[in-house]
Design a protein around this ligand. Structure first.
Ligand SMILES: [Zn+2]
Length: 406
C-alpha cells in the first residue's frame, strides 16, 4: 500500500465516522438526502422519547419503592392492631372474672347480713325474756319500783336473801348470754366489713382494668385510622404507578413506530443494488479532457471532487464504470446539484455527476465504462463550469480518488 493510499484510507475511515458531509456549494443530496434528513429527524425524536422513557422509568421506580414502604408500614400497623385486639380481649376476660368475684363477695356479704339480722333477733328475744323475768320478780315484790325495793319488800330476811340471789342469778345468766350474743354480732360485723373491704379492693382493681381497656380501645381506634391512611396511600401510589406504566407503554408505542419507520428507510437505502456485486474494478476518470481538481473530497465537508480545466464547458462527461442510470435529474431549482446523473454500479456503489449542461441518458438505461452520459455545465450552485464527481458506497460519500485511481 502506497503512502498516498494509506493517507486516503485513513481519511476515508475518518469521513465514515462523521455525519454525511454536504458541501455548502453543492446543496441537497437529493434522493438520499431526503431520507437522511428524515432519519436525522427520527433520530432526534427517538432520543427525545428515550429520555422521556427514562424519566417515566425513574418515576415508576420511585413510586414502586414508596408503595412497598407504605405496604411495610401498613403491615406493621396491622400487627399492632392484632396485638391490641388480643390485649383488649384479655382485659375483657379479666373484667369478667373480677365481676364474677364481686358477685361472689356480694353473696357472702348478703349471707353475713342475714346472719347478723338473725343474731340481732336473738339478742332482742333474749332481752325481751330478761325483761319479762325482771317484771315477774318485780311484780312478786309488791309493786315496788326498784330491785332493791323488791328485796326490801320481802317479808323476811331469808326471803330477801333468796330474792336477791334469784335476781342476781337471773341477772348474771342473762348478762352472760347477752354479752356472748353481742360478741357474736360484733364478730359477724367484722367479718362482713372484711368482705366489704375485699370487695372494694376488687372493684378498684376492676375499675383500673376497665381504664386500661378504654385506653387500649382508643389506641386501637388510632391504629385503625393510621392503617386506613397507609392503605389509602398504597392505593393512591398504585394508581399513580398504573398511570406511569400507561405513559411508558404510550412512549414505547411511539418508539416502536419510529423504529419501524427508521428500519423501513434503512431497508430502502440498503436495498439499492445490495444484491448485485460490484464488478467495475478500478473506475475511469469521468472526463477525457479535464484533469484539474479544484476542491478535494472532505475539504470543508465536500462530498466529492470538483474537476475542471480550460474550455471545460460542453466537454463530455463519461460514465466511470459499467452500470444502470438511477437518477437523471433535469434542472431542479431546489437542488445545488443542478442537472445531475447517478449511476448504480452494483455492490452498493454509485457515482454522481453534477452541474451538467446537457444530459445524454435516461433512468434505467444501462451504460458502460467510458460512455458519454452528459456535457459539462454550471447548473445548480456552481461558480463556473466543472464536474462535481461523487462516489457513494452504501449511501455514504467516499473519496472518489480511492476508486478512480487518480
Ligand atoms: Zn463539488
Amino acid at each position: 500500500m502506497s503512502k498516498r493510499r494509506r493517507l486516503l484510507a485513513g481519511l476515508l475511515a475518518l469521513m465514515l465516522l462523521l455525519p454525511l458531509p454536504v458541501h455548502a456549494d453543492e446543496g441537497d443530496e437529493l434522493d438520499n438526502s431526503a431520507a437522511q434528513d428524515r432519519l436525522a429527524e427520527l433520530n432526534n425524536s427517538y432520543k427525545e422519547l428515550e429520555s422521556q422513557k427514562e424519566k417515566v422509568d425513574s418515576q415508576i421506580n420511585s413510586a414502586r419503592t414508596e408503595r412497598k414502604r407504605q405496604e411495610i408500614i401498613s403491615a406493621e400497623i396491622d400487627g399492632q392492631i392484632n396485638t391490641t385486639t388480643k390485649q383488649i380481649e384479655l382485659l375483657t376476660e379479666r373484667i369478667g372474672l373480677l365481676t364474677q368475684q364481686i358477685g361472689q363477695l356480694n353473696g357472702s356479704i348478703a349471707q353475713k347480713q342475714l346472719e347478723m339480722e338473725a343474731k340481732q333477733e336473738e339478742i332482742e328475744g333474749t332481752m325481751e325474756l330478761f325483761k319479762k323475768r325482771m317484771r315477774a320478780i318485780y311484780m312478786s315484790g309488791g309493786g315496788n319500783n326498784t330491785a332493791i325495793g323488791m328485796m326490801l319488800g320481802a317479808e323476811s330476811y331469808s326471803q330477801m336473801v333468796i330474792r336477791a340471789e334469784v335476781v342476781g342469778r337471773v341477772a348474771k345468766h342473762d348478762r352472760e348470754l347477752l354479752s356472748k350474743l353481742d360478741q357474736d354480732l360484733k364478730e359477724l360485723n367484722e367479718l362482713k366489713n372484711g368482705i366489704e373491704q375485699d370487695k372494694q379492693e376488687i372493684e378498684q382493681n376492676k375499675s383500673a382494668v376497665e381504664d386500661d381497656k378504654t385506653e387500649m380501645a382508643v389506641k386501637k381506634e388510632e391504629l385503625d385510622s393510621q392503617y386506613q391512611m397507609a392503605r389509602d396511600k398504597v392505593e393512591d401510589i398504585a394508581a399513580q404507578e398504573q398511570e406511569y406504566l400507561a405513559n411508558k407503554a404510550e412512549i414505547q408505542k411511539k418508539l416502536n413506530l419510529l423504529e419501524a419507520e427508521m428500519r423501513a428507510i434503512y431497508d430502502e437505502i440498503n436495498k439499492e443494488s445490495v444484491n448485485v456485486p460490484y464488478t467495475g474494478g478500478t473506475m475511469r476518470w469521468p472526463s477525457p479532457s479535464l484533469s484539474q481538481i479544484t476542491t478535494q473530497f472532505g475539504e470543508g465537508g465536500h462530498t466529492g471532487i470538483d474537476i475542471t480545466g480550460s474550455g471545460a464547458y460542453g466537454t463530455p462527461v463519461l460514465a466511470a464504470g459499467d452500470g444502470v442510470v438511477k437518477v437523471a435529474s433535469v434542472q431542479n431549482p431546489d437542488s445545488g446539484y443542478g442537472k445531475y446523473i447517478i449511476i448504480d454500479h452494483g455492490g452498493g456503489v454509485q457515482t454522481l455527476y453534477a452541474h451538467c449542461s446537457l444530459l445524454g441518458v435516461s433512468v434505467g438505461q444501462s451504460v458502460s465504462a467510458g460512455q458519454q452520459i452528459a456535457q459539462v455545465g454550471s447548473t445548480g450552485w456552481s461558480t463556473g463550469p466543472h464536474i462535481h464527481f461523487e462516489v457513494r458506497k452504501n449511501s455514504q460519500a467516499v473519496n472518489p480518488l480511492a476508486y478512480v485511481g487518480g
